[in-house]
Every structure is written in C-alpha cells, then in structure tokens.
Write a protein that binds this ligand. Sequence first.
Ligand code: CTP
Length: 399
Amino acid sequence: MLKNKNIILGITGSIAAYKAAMLIRLLVTNGANVKVIVTPLAKEFITPVTLATLSKNTVLCDFFHHDDGTWNSHVELGLWADLMLIAPATANTIAKMANGICDNLLLTSYLSVRCPVMIAPAMDFDMFKHPATQKNIETLKSFGNIIIEPTEGELASGLHGKGRMKEPADILKDVVSFFDSKKKLINKTILVTAGPTYEKIDPVRFIGNHSSGKMGYNIAECLAENGAKVELISGPVSMNINHENIHLTKVTSAEEMYNVSISHFQNCDIAIMSAAVADFTPKTQVDSKIKNKTENLVLELIPTKDIALELGKMKKKNQLLIGFALETDNELENAKKKITSKNLDFIVLNSLKDTGAGFKHDTNKITIIDKNNNIEKFELKTKREVASDIVNKIIKLIT
Ligand code: CTP
C-alpha cells in the first residue's frame, strides 16, 4: 500500500512515543521507507535502538556527528521525503513549528521539507484545549499541514478528555488514504506489454532478443502505485512483480502476446507497448530437436502480427495507445513514422547510440514525441524515474 513511499517520522517527547514503535512497524510492513528523527527529549521516552531496528535506518537527532565532523543534512532529507509525519507531536513542538523556531533537527527538517506534513498531536486535555495550542494548530492548518485529530479517552495524567494520540493502526489508515487521494489513475485499467518474445525453432532453441523487461515492469509498478489496475503481459524474463493492482500474464511467443493483448484491450483505457516483440518467427516449428549435421540449415522466417498496429486500429476515442521505439539511426524520423502507422498517442524513443539506454541497463534516456509533434527530451535516469516521467505524461494527457 505504501510501496516506495519515503516517510520521515518525527517523534517528540511525549509518553505516546511508545506507540511510535508500532507505527514504524506498520509503515514498514506496508512497504514504506521510514527515516526517524527524534527530538532530544523523545529519547527519554523511547530508545533510538528500538526505533532504528524497526525502521531499518539510523535514527537522527543531532545536527552534527562530533566524532567525525559530519552533519545530518535536513535539506537532503527534505528532498527525499514523500511525507513527513510527526507522531506524537507535543504542544511544545507544535508551538515551535507554528512559529518557525528550529532549534533541533526535527524542526529544521520541518522547515525544509517540500512534501506534505501530517501531525498527530498528543498531550494532556487542558494543554490541547488551551487557546495557545488551538491557535498554533490553526496556524499549522493554514500552512497546509494535515492534523490527525487526537482522540478522547484516559490520558497519562489520569484525566479524561481529548488529547490521546490516535492509535497507530488508525494513523496508518490516514496515511494510506492521504496517498490514495493523490493517485491520479484510480479507476483506470491499463495494459502493459513487457520483455522479449521467444520464437520457437525446436524444443531447445528459439529466436529472442536482449530485452530484460525492466522498463515495462517499472511502468506497471508506477501505474499501480498511482491507483491504476494493470494488465501486465510479459514475455519470458527473470523478473517478478508483486502488487495487488497488477495482474501478470506470462507469455512466450509474439503470437501469444498478441492474443492476450487483443483479448484485454477493449476493457482497457490505456495500452503501453513496451515489449520488444519479435518481428519474425520460424515458418515451421519442429517438435523434435534438430540434429547436428554437416550441411547448412536454412530457417524460413515469416512476419509476426504487430500488436501495436492492431490495437491502433481497434482504438476508440476514449482510449490511449503508447508505443516505444528503440532505434539505431534516424531516430526521430523513424519514431514519428511509427506514431502515424500505429495510430499512437505518443511514442517513447530510446536510441541504442546513447550510453546507458536500451536493453539490460538499469537506466534509460528517452525522448517523448506525441501525435501533435511535441518533443520532450529527458536526461539519463533510472528506469524507475523514466517510468515515472512516462506515467506523468499520461496523467497530463488525461487530466
Ligand atoms: N510492436 C508490437 N508488435 C510487434 C512489433 C512491435 O506491438 N510485432 C510494438 C512495440 O512494442 C513498440 C512499437 O511497436 O511499442 C515499435 O516497435 P519497434 O520494434 O521499434 O518497431 P517495429 O514496428 O517493429 O519496426 P522496426 O523494427 O522496423 O523498427
């Protein structure tokens, strides 16, 4: 649910800090990467060893490491995070946040983050209802921060009232629904083809290509994280994928990939053709192994069906079709021709001439060309980042 989400968990000096241990566990088991920042006082309530073990990351507290002269960069942390969650947040920390005071690492990080901030107050009833605290909370809301309202119940002081930090399981629900609300592809069904195809010669031999499937699998994952239901149709690759929104069908040949793609397309809103489909297949595929002989072997190859071309013909007005072009020469020109011939909405071009682009690499360098001839060039990036650029282009087109 929170796969690949980077969360800074800020913990302050409240008795509710013990609940932060469970909260970290829930965030981590749901796939989030968690980095914990504690205020100096929080360490009186919960040990950094517990927090580091559960979060699988060093717990940050001080600005400097006095032993080796290095420092914890709150700016880097701020850029890393998709969400900053402060739970529990004391009246003191809330007051400092509302006033821009930054005398500890948690507070400097709060001022530096560019991501949304969620705050789960925890304090005594009278402190919570005090006009000063209420005013500070209103100020934080006016900054766009999200307040996870405390609940009513027995407080550590023995008093009864509003001020208890929400239970970790409920905070998790709030975090998940927060990320869900940002998902732009909810209710979309998207077909993705990925990987190579293997064209059988005999039971032990095939014609294949070097596609690893990484690009398509990364796209599928990125789409799923944005709420889409993904039909991933993959040729033979060693990768696997595990996401509740992704339905994976493994195929071997171009013919099989064609049949599965055609059968799903009418129920899809978008199709992304990232597979490196074989263009030719042996005319005859023999069932017994071809024996070693002295004379030459001639294989007759016939063209396979072009999946993208066929989907382009079937495409309705409300559907989008996205293709890939892996080129070695006249890249732009060839890619543009494919937009027209296959009726694509945009094409993702990568050139084998670019170092780090194309098959096998963990990186790719792409140019997106759309049917209106808008051209966007991207830097060399990880395939995961490239997937995100492609998905953002789709989101832009549909919203
Ligand atoms: N494609 C497809 N089915 C095929 C061949 C290609 O769906 N049988 C798709 C690819 O997944 C890609 C796009 O068509 O999205 C372009 O593929 P590419 O191999 O670059 O182009 P081809 O049309 O095969 O042309 P050529 O190999 O001559 O460059």
